[in-house]
Design a protein around this ligand. Structure first.
Ligand SMILES: C[S@@+](CC[C@H](N)C(=O)[O-])C[C@H]1O[C@@H](n2cnc3c(N)ncnc32)[C@H](O)[C@@H]1O
Length: 218
């Protein structure tokens, strides 16, 4: 049976008003991002912060990898949900935004639980694999053209039942608009089909924020 629900701005606001609350530094990051203008759309949505929080809180997740830190909203949301001996390794190649993020992490008292690495993510992923690191949970939110590479590399960094979550998979709804044939939209569509036909995972796309895919490694 189909549903008539379209998650517009008002529904997203209703979700936020009837869900858990943000911590004061998460709010500060959001205000800071707003001051940056259009680039603020890079950050995950508030409802996505809460989903990451709940997934981590209700599991035995201790070690998280993030691909795409930006100014730190998703990183901090995950770190705050982790136990005291948890760790987030956060990858981004942008020194400037990373500096901003690290300041927020310190302000939130989370600097001991977050390690940032500033390099092209594919290089960092190779280093992590070479040093045989393993994670319980990987959040992919960087350059969308590389989603397939990040996804394949991530599968080597988690064990069975580990989670990989990918952001922006609905691409403002453009994935279903056949008139949209630009490179990025086509790449996201292809990526979604790739993940869904991959026998190494089972996946679900959920319409929170710009669309998240949740994959469990089989
Ligand atoms: C959508 S933003 C991440 C948003 C972040 N998750 C949040 O909630 O605020 C994407 C980030 O990926 C980074 N990025 C893009 N291409 C990259 C690459 N090849 N290697 C590492 N980082 C990259 C950008 O610098 C940017 O900060």
């Amino acid at each position: 049976m189909g549903s008539n629900l379209s998650v517009n701005k008002e529904i997203e606001e209703y979700i936020i008003n009837h869900s858990l609350k943000l911590n004061s530094i998460q709010k500060e990051i959001i205000s800071y991002n707003e001051s940056l203008g259009d680039i603020k759309r890079m950050q995950i949505s508030i409802s996505q912060c809460h989903l990451l929080h709940l997934l981590i809180k209700t599991s035995k997740i201790k070690k998280v990898l993030e691909i795409g830190t930006f100014t730190g909203l998703s990183t901090l949301s995950m770190s705050l949900a982790l136990p005291d001996d948890g760790l987030v390794i956060a990858l981004d190649q942008n020194k400037k935004t990373n500096e901003v993020a690290v300041n927020f992490f310190k302000k939130a008292g989370q600097e001991n639980k977050i390690k940032t690495i500033i390099k092209p993510a594919l290089e960092s992923l190779k280093d992590l694999k070479d040093t045989k690191q393993k994670f319980d949970f990987i959040f992919i939110d960087a350059d969308k053209e590389n989603n397939k590479n990040y996804f394949n590399q991530s599968l080597d960094l988690i064990d069975k039942d580990g989670l990989i979550i990918i952001d922006n998979v609905l691409w403002h709804g453009e994935v279903i608009d056949k008139a949209k044939q630009d490179k990025l939209t086509v790449a996201i569509r292809e990526f979604n089909s790739y993940v869904n036909s991959d026998k190494r995972v089972e996946n679900l796309i959920i319409p929170l924020g710009d669309g998240l895919t949740i994959c469990r490694k089989l």
